[in-house]
Design a protein around this ligand. Sequence first.
Ligand code: ADP
Ligand code: MG
Length: 631
Amino acid sequence: MAKISINIATGSLQQAEMIVGIDLGTTNSLVAIIHPETKKPVALKEHGTSSLVPSIVHFDQYGNATVGEEAKQYLETEPQNTIFSAKRLMGKSFNDVKNNAGFFTYKVIDDNTDSLVKVQVGDTFYSPIELSSFILKELKQRAEHILKTPVTKAVITVPAYFNDAQRQATRDAGKLAGLDVLRIVNEPTAASLAYGLGLQMDEEKTIAVYDLGGGTFDVSILRITGGIFEVLSTNGDTYLGGDDFDRLIIQHWLQQNNLSEDLLHNNKQLSQTFRLKAEEAKKYLSSNDEFNSSITSPLTTHHSPIAPYALRLTTKDFNALIQPLIDKTIASCSNALKDAGVNKAEIDTIVMVGGSTRVPAVKNAVSAFFGKPVNDMVNPDEVVALGAAIQADILAGNNKDFLLLDITPLSLGIETMGGLMDVLIPRNSKIPTKVGRQYTTHKDGQGSMRISVFQGERDLVKDNRRLAEFNLTGIPGMPAGMPKVEVSFLINADGILVVTAKELRSGVQQSIEVKPQYGLTDGQVEQMLMDSITHAKDDIKTRALVEARTEGEQILGVTEKFLTKNSSLITHEEMLNTAAAMQALQLALTMEDKNLIQAKTEELNEITRPFAERVMDAAISTAMKGQKILE
Ligand code: ADP
Ligand code: MG
């Protein structure tokens, strides 16, 4: 393995080394690099193929995963084990996505809680992080194959609206794929970089980035000053994109041929054919006026086959079909401007991103709205990855004209249940910075909370460096989960970290100061980074196991508490079933099998879910009788 050294002051890698830029998209993903000779960003592709890898993972009956074009073939025929749009699930709980549950044709586990979602394929549970890591692994392998050198470092892009949890999930996916994620960059920022915006230090600009992909749309208003990108506002629709164009075309063709939608419901193979044809037509119409094709009908009458379905579409008809969707995106642009407090005339540049901006009607509408031509010179489905490659090159220290702000060389966080590291300030964060997060107690009446501060990249705190520890005492007695303890990390410009813990209901607070870099050599930082990569797989496995256990223990506790208080509300049979499920979970908890624990947790959940409703009903009827409800 190549030796790297890290400059503590800048966090940049000293040695020229290939760092790749990755656009991990909802529909398509790709890798780009700065070409060592031309110094220009290029998307990597094997000779004669596309640079785009569909973000789809297919599992065969043995659980073997394939990614990309090959997996896309199974989208309609094997919906239960062909996972698309995993990005939409990153950092989300089931409660976050339940309103769109119908969108997913595979099994998203409904545990009706706020813990992170899982996807079930056969008997195996996958987290969105694992699913994304399959895609990243594929990209890494492709890059290694093309570049003929190991690729271990990357910059990965995420939508500007991604929150902390979604960004952390993306980092974890990178780590699981064997990549050291040097930085998470906003997609609109990357796209702007690819247009050379923000590379001049004295530049001040306001930019609109319009991104219409396969399934999502967003528009961001950015302000660049002195090389710093600030997202003023974002707006959009996470369920609007080119796939909707395809669906409208299919409906149009069904009508043309007097066919009902049931035909496609009942014939997945035909549905897949229609889908591919619709996308082909749409792309063709981006540079032609009329599309003509046909599909052989699978139906036969007696012995003579039915005539093939004629698939005709003119640009004019297509534009009319998608006009309402285009109008929606324009309304979002208007809202984004309003939220940013910027008017149209103040927008210096409009950057077009996403494959669907190739549609001329889309380009025209955006340009008409802003009242100036749009920037579409850079390939819209590669532009984000190209910008990520530019950012990677800056981090590698190759782009000496670009000043790097001070950043933290290692992540900083605290210990949570099960000895897990919860990162508050990820490595490579700009300083000064401040981050806060809320925690709670796990025992009834818990009066104090230990805050242990750690530094490092490993998932278990025992493998990281302990910086400091203190007890927040004087928390008033409350049931578990009630106190709200806000822990904030503040690093000032001198690199001093101030950790504060405050119980918000009572106001008790305590804080401590540490110098994270004190007594830490470059060599030690380097070692800690390398360790996190070599142990990534085990670490993430352990984290998943610990999380599953914590969740399992929690539901066991809650169920036990429930049974002692409300035994009158459940039948004898239910009691026996619950006891059996609890026993099975208890046994599973003693084993090192995450999937088993999750399956048993889910089973217990299934059984006890109706109980909660009954308690509510009982509480309501008691309340109506005018009695006091005692906890
Ligand atoms: P994402 O950011 O969601 O991963 P992309 O930026 O790769 O998505 O965009 C994918 C979408 O772009 C798909 O719906 C695809 O059909 C569409 N697309 C690609 N090329 C064209 C084209 N020439 N004309 C119209 N749509 C296109
Ligand atoms: Mg995209």
